[in-house]
Design a protein around this ligand. Structure first.
Ligand SMILES: [Zn+2]
Length: 288
């Protein structure tokens, strides 16, 4: 606890010397770019680190304007965790402008990216198999950044990897129970390519830059594939999907989470909860 806080609580004498030794050493700070990467760090390191996530809940990782305090945090952190695959150009600029004192780990390193119009799709974490590669890489980076706690961090990584493997298997079993010709869904934000590929699903999405034609394009896809339910992925496509739903007379079942966790009392407070939630919603819609 900071001396200031101790004073406020009446626990520290105001005359005590304010030497640095009098203050408990702060936990090492780890910076993650967005909330899902932050959750990987939290699941592995727990209270061993102080976690700072640059993007708030619901912030769009594709577009972000870092504050000066973010630049300081990135510079001083023992570890900076980024996704890579072109998701965070703003973080690349920050790292160039304020070279970090600690380590930087790119969680998607080693993952063969899906290409969309010849550009890597950054949403690799939505495949739970890739999430295991992310967790392995982040766990190794945490152990390297905090060598005194390496053994505990490696053990925590292994435990988390086992959970993610079980999660992947449970989701695979649930999609396998859906008739093959119904394993298709449509979303307004085309972030589910890796998820769809892992579980043998077909993702339909409006063509990029469809603009005013997006509703018509989606309506055609929904009718042609005889879909029975719709979803939205966030504030940016909720209105679009409601218009499509009204046009075709289908329900919007709910929100598929792709690139942000929910608040702790919401539907997707962790990566595992997010994948479970998305799987349940999609299986429900495909089975309708
Ligand atoms: Zn995205």
């Amino acid at each position: 606890m900071q001396r200031r806080a101790l004073l406020a609580l009446g626990l520290a004498s105001p005359t005590a010397p304010a030497s640095p030794q009098a203050v408990a050493p702060a936990r090492p700070e780890v910076v993650a770019s967005f909330t899902i990467l932050g959750d990987f760090v939290r699941q592995i390191a727990g209270p061993r680190v102080s976690l700072r996530t640059l993007l708030a809940l619901e912030a769009d990782p594709h577009e972000f304007a870092p504050r000066p305090s973010d630049a300081v945090a990135v510079r001083d952190a023992v570890l900076v965790v980024r996704n890579g695959l072109g998701l965070e150009p703003w973080l690349d600029r920050l790292l160039r402008a304020a070279p970090p004192r600690g380590r930087v780990v790119t969680a998607s390193d080693g993952i063969g990216p899906l290409l969309v119009n010849a550009v890597p799709d950054p949403h690799a974490w939505l495949d739970p198999m890739n999430a295991q590669l992310y967790a392995r890489r982040i766990g190794n980076a945490l152990a390297a950044a905090l060598p005194a706690q390496a053994a505990a961090l490696q053990a925590a990584t292994e435990a988390y990897l086992a959970r993610l493997a079980r999660l992947q298997q449970r989701c695979a079993d649930r999609f396998a129970a859906v008739p093959a010709d119904r394993r298709v869904f449509v979303v307004g934000h085309p972030g589910f390519g890796y998820f769809a590929a892992r579980f043998g699903l077909e993702m339909l999405a409006p063509p990029r830059q469809a603009g005013a034609g997006a509703v018509a394009a989606l309506v055609r896809q929904v009718r042609a594939r005889r879909l029975r339910a719709l979803y939205f992925t966030g504030p940016e496509d909720a209105a679009l999907m409601r218009r499509v739903a009204a046009e075709v007379g289908l329900p919007v079942l709910g929100r598929l989470f792709a690139e942000t966790l929910s608040a702790s009392d919401g539907l997707a407070p962790s990566y595992e909860a997010l994948i479970r939630h998305d799987t349940t919603l999609l299986v429900t819609g495909m089975s309708a």
